[in-house]
Ligand binder design. Structure first.
Ligand SMILES: NC(=O)c1ccc[n+]([C@@H]2O[C@H](COP(=O)([O-])OP(=O)(O)OC[C@H]3O[C@@H](n4cnc5c(N)ncnc54)[C@H](O)[C@@H]3O)[C@@H](O)[C@H]2O)c1
Ligand SMILES: O=C(O)[C@H]1O[C@H](OP(=O)(O)OP(=O)(O)OC[C@H]2O[C@@H](n3ccc(=O)[nH]c3=O)[C@H](O)[C@@H]2O)[C@H](O)[C@@H](O)[C@@H]1O
Length: 341
């Protein structure tokens, strides 16, 4: 049974299907990935599909994701893609659920905030109901935004955060906080096997161009030779994790014995001005850097303490920012139709 100090569950999890013990049952693990057509989800699917014992089902409503991200798997006998909105119940038989479905870029989650909070609350409730019915283990991709505008630095998992409950970002950060609460209540009340990852800013190929997140914005701007838009004051910090490291951390968390929450992110911390300077140097030394207005409640600093991930998952990121940024360039150039000079 997974442990999390004081939060240890008192009930055993529901039993998996009796077929699991049948002599002639195929030994495949059936895995549901909600939000699997999105950025992190599609990279996770690629990794899960590498294991021939895995069958993967993706459920996605394509709000910010795309079938294009999964095109190499469509038609594969171990893969299924379902157009589905997680705010509606889903009936499938699975052993594990990676629950990622939720818009992640601030522009998209603020576009329809009521839908964002429904996705986080009702969507997570539905996936927990599914986990309970079929006895599946479920992993939630929570966020460093549960720490809000953090007053301690770097952020440790025991920090309860500094979140504005009525601000424009609340649909996302409070939504994820409720999702974490639901996970632990289902764990304590129903014995569901849960895993919670608190993901810090992640970047890599397949991010939506123009989705508003800083790394994708800067790379697209550098390739188009548009000014890099640093939002003021530019001294705010983030810590950027390359997507392959993130996927590795998520799988280790799912396969390990600890419920979390566990921070998964790269502790290398950069101001937005430093990030812009790095993109300029690596992608387009001629591009201009321009200061623009910021949005409300933007966290001033963010850096994960990853001691728990190191100790409990044996995980730490391998890809440094300066090595990861150029890995996005080809993908962005192809999609933007701008070849290298
Ligand atoms: N990328 C990051 O830096 C980051 C940081 C912290 C947490 N996360 C979390 O990781 C997860 C994936 O993020 P991402 O960066 O891949 O974002 P993304 O927007 O690329 O992917 C989200 C996917 O969820 C789908 N989706 C949204 N609402 C849905 C709904 N109601 N029903 C079904 N599908 C729905 C979208 O269509 C998309 O395919 C999210 O839960 C996000 O909160 C991401
Ligand atoms: O990692 C996380 O936990 C969260 O991080 C991000 O939220 P945020 O850090 O605000 O991400 P960005 O929109 O990429 O902004 C990062 C910083 O870059 C700045 N920025 C953004 C865009 C831009 O063009 N220029 C710019 O300077 C913003 O002001 C902010 O300070 C994600 O988008 C969330 O989904 C995720 O949950």
């Amino acid at each position: 049974m997974a442990t999390n100090g004081d939060h240890a569950s008192t009930k055993p999890p529901p039993s998996p299907s009796p077929l699991r013990n049948a002599k002639f049952f195929q030994a495949n693990m059936r895995i549901l990935v909600t939000g699997g057509a999105g950025f992190i989800g599609s990279h996770l699917v690629d990794r899960l599909m590498e294991n021939e014992k895995n069958e993967v089902i993706v459920a996605d409503n394509y709000f910010t994701g795309s079938k294009d991200n999964l095109k190499k798997w469509i038609g594969h006998p171990r893969f299924e893609l379902i157009r589905h909105d997680v705010t509606e119940p889903l009936l499938v038989e699975v052993d594990q659920i990676y629950h990622l479905a939720c818009p992640a870029s601030p522009i998209f989650y603020k576009y329809n905030p009521v839908k964002t909070i429904k996705t986080n609350v009702i969507g997570t409730l539905n996936m927990l109901g599914l986990a309970k019915r079929v006895g599946a283990r479920i992993l939630l991709t929570s966020t460093s935004e549960v720490y809000g505008d953090p007053l301690i630095h770097p952020q440790v998992e025991s920090y309860w955060g500094n979140v504005n409950p009525i601000g424009v970002r609340s649909c996302y950060d409070e939504g994820k906080r409720v999702a974490e609460t639901l996970m632990f209540d289902y764990h304590r009340q129903h014995g569901i096997e849960i895993r919670i990852a608190r993901i810090f800013n992640t970047y890599g190929p397949r991010m939506n161009i123009d989705d508003g997140r800083v790394v994708s914005n800067f790379i697209a701007q550098a390739i188009r030779n548009d000014p890099l838009t640093v939002q003021s004051p530019g001294t705010q910090t983030r810590s950027f994790c390359y997507v392959s490291d993130m996927v590795d951390g998520l799988i280790r968390l799912m396969e390990g014995d600890n419920t979390g929450p566990i921070n998964i992110g790269n502790p290398g911390e950069f101001t937005m001005i430093e990030l812009a300077e790095n993109v300029k140097e690596l992608i387009n030394p001629k591009v201009e850097i321009k200061m623009v207005e910021n949005t409300p409640d933007d966290p001033r600093q963010r850096k994960p303490d990853i001691s728990k991930a190191k100790e409990l998952l044996g995980w730490e990121p391998k890809v440094k920012l300066r090595d990861g940024l150029p890995l996005m360039e080809d993908d962005f150039r192809t999609r933007l139709g701008v070849p290298r000079n």
